[in-house]
Write a protein that binds this ligand. Structure first.
Ligand SMILES: NC(=O)C1=CN([C@@H]2O[C@H](COP(=O)(O)OP(=O)(O)OC[C@H]3O[C@@H](n4cnc5c(N)ncnc54)[C@H](OP(=O)(O)O)[C@@H]3O)[C@@H](O)[C@H]2O)[C@@H](O)CC1
Ligand SMILES: Nc1ncnc2c1ncn2[C@@H]1O[C@H](COP(=O)(O)OP(=O)(O)O)[C@@H](O)[C@H]1O
Length: 499
């Protein structure tokens, strides 16, 4: 798991690296500019393109000036620089890089007013006006500049952060900053890149390492974590010699209704494909034939039997996909909550809890809640932005001592200790009904196999997205059943890798 840091912490890491590597700050800036340039060159290979580098007067602007010099040195001769020197203050490294540029390549045009700038849609703008130092909303000349660049339709590549975009905290509903096609960001992604509202400010981002002190970064306190492939590889326990079905637990999936039996089948199927030793599906009788035909390995438990069965024989239980919210399902859920056994609670089970708020306090500790945005807001109230929503998820996870899996393009897994783990696997080819049902089956499967609740949720969201990513390399749309069928392949790939 990788710590994500807020802008002030990154500044501290910057200072620490400068002191302990040691490296001069101007050389660290050069390293950042080099890293930016390498990725830029790989993407934009035509040296005849006109590149306008817009620079502010802080270190972001300093990066921009170094980038202009390095690109020119690499043969990109159509470089022009714009200085937005609207302020009295300029950073030392900005001034040094301005002097270096003017000395090395006095022929590069430097402009200071927009009347001198003509941007075409074929040009590239390097946005180095304001970076992580943004400390107030854009106004006046800065706002005009952003408007001018956005209106030009030129391709925009931002340095570290698009000008006007906050690295963390609530994102303003009306975005006035620069809209970047690509952000090349230094060392760590900014926390706000993972919130859907960032879609107004950037189409995509790439992280380039600039050699900041890794150990120090890891030692700083942060409740924001990125789920990494390394963590997953280290955490997944390979199947053991001499193991048998009993080794991998018995999972029960309580789901499905006459018109939504597919949800139950998808969930139970994914549970099987993720490796539970035994899977039982408690579905309405209408689904029995379908279950036997499509998932012969899965055992059936009738709704009536559920009432009398000793639940101890199941190592993990999930409830909700396609369940329905009628009185009988409400009773069923209430009875289950009274057993005080941790549950994976999804879909209609969450919807029932939303209409009966008193049930919330009865959710057993160690349970896992897997709402999508609408289920989340039904359950915990309407939220006007994702920052607030994640704050609530974090708070509820701590208050109820549960794991909240807030599903989205980037899923936020909020743990009972207050950590928010962000998953970066997954893609729009997966945006199809049934995908969440598969995820629920995966989580309950990992739980049955003996993983702790937090770990089961993290492994499942990563593996779910990773399988979707592998399939999206060849398929434009990835259905839930296709993804489910491919889970064993991803698991095999992961367990074959060296941790
Ligand atoms: N470790 C790393 O990651 C490395 C980072 N590096 C680079 O440094 C960048 C951060 O640089 P930075 O701290 O100098 O801030 P930056 O964004 O240039 O802003 C400058 C000043 O602008 C002002 N200002 C703020 N908001 C404003 C507004 N709305 N409208 C008008 N003015 C506004 C404010 O000054 P104030 O007005 O408060 O006096 C602020 O201090 C980072 O993004 C990366 O590119 C690399 O070089 C090396 C390693
Ligand atoms: N664009 C996307 N990128 C990444 N993951 C996605 C995307 N669209 C959907 N998903 C994933 O698919 C699942 C959808 O869950 P949900 O809405 O509950 O589906 P359903 O109720 O249809 O089963 C979530 O895990 C979500 O993260």
């Amino acid at each position: 798991m990788q710590n994500l840091l807020i802008a002030s912490q990154i500044k501290a890491v910057d200072a620490y690296t400068i002191q302990h590597e040691p490296i001069k700050s101007i050389d660290l800036m050069e390293r950042a500019a080099e890293a930016f340039m390498q990725l830029f060159l790989a993407r934009y290979t035509n040296p005849k393109t006109t590149i306008w580098v817009f620079c502010g007067q802080g270190n972001n602007g300093g990066d921009g000036l170094a980038i202009a010099r390095l690109l020119y040195q690499k043969g990109y001769k159509h470089i022009k620089v714009f200085l937005s020197d609207y302020s009295q203050h300029a950073s030392t490294d900005y001034l040094k890089n301005l002097a270096r540029l003017e000395k090395a390549y006095p022929e590069i045009p430097i402009r200071r007013t927009l009347e001198e700038v003509q941007l075409s849609k074929d040009d590239i703008v390097v946005d180095a006006i304001l970076g992580s130092g943004l400390n107030k909303p854009l106004t006046g000349d800065y706002e005009k500049l952003a408007w001018f660049i956005n209106a030009s339709k030129a391709k925009v590549v931002a340095v570290d952060v698009p000008t006007g975009f906050k690295s963390e905290g609530e994102i303003d509903p009306i975005y006035k900053g620069i809209r970047a096609d690509l952000v090349i960001t230094f060392q760590l992604p900014k926390i706000n890149f993972f919130f859907p509202e960032s879609g107004n400010a950037l189409a995509t981002f790439k992280v380039v390492p600039i050699g900041l002190a890794e150990d120090y970064m890891a030692s700083l306190p942060s409740q924001w974590k990125l789920i990494t492939a390394t963590f997953i590889r280290k955490t997944i326990v390979p199947r053991k010699r001499f193991s048998h079905k009993g080794t991998y637990g018995h999972a029960l999936v309580i789901a499905g209704n006459t018109q939504t039996m597919g949800a139950a089948l998808l969930s139970a199927g994914a549970c099987l494909h993720t490796g539970a030793g035994l899977v039982s599906a408690c579905i309405s009788a209408a689904g029995l034939i379908a279950l036997n035909v499509s998932l012969p390995e899965v055992m059936y438990l009738s709704r009536e039997e559920l009432a009398t069965t000793d639940l101890k024989k199941y190592q993990a239980i999930a409830i909700g996909p396609g369940l329905g919210v009628e009185e009988s399902q409400q009773k069923l859920l209430k009875r289950l909550l009274q057993q005080n056994k941790p549950l994976v609670i999804d879909a209609d089970a969450l919807n029932i809890c939303a209409t009966q708020p008193s049930l919330q306090s009865q959710i057993p500790a160690q349970s896992i809640l897997t709402p999508h945005v609408k289920e989340f807001d039904r359950l915990f109230g309407v939220h006007h932005n994702w920052w607030q929503r994640v704050q609530t998820a974090k708070q509820k996870a701590q208050e109820l001592q549960v794991t909240v899996v807030l599903k989205n393009q980037y899923t936020f897994v909020c743990l009972p200790n207050g950590d928010v783990c962000i998953n970066t696997t997954g893609n729009p080819a997966m945006a199809q009904g049934g995908m969440g049902d598969v995820l629920t089956g995966m989580i309950v499967s990992f739980l049955a196999q003996g993983y702790a609740a937090e770990t089961a949720a993290i492994l499942a969201v990563y593996l779910h997205g990773k399988t979707g990513d592998e399939l999206a390399k060849t398929d434009g749309v990835v259905s839930a059943s296709l993804l489910s069928a491919n889970l064993p392949k991803t698991l095999k790939k992961i367990s074959d890798m060296d941790a």
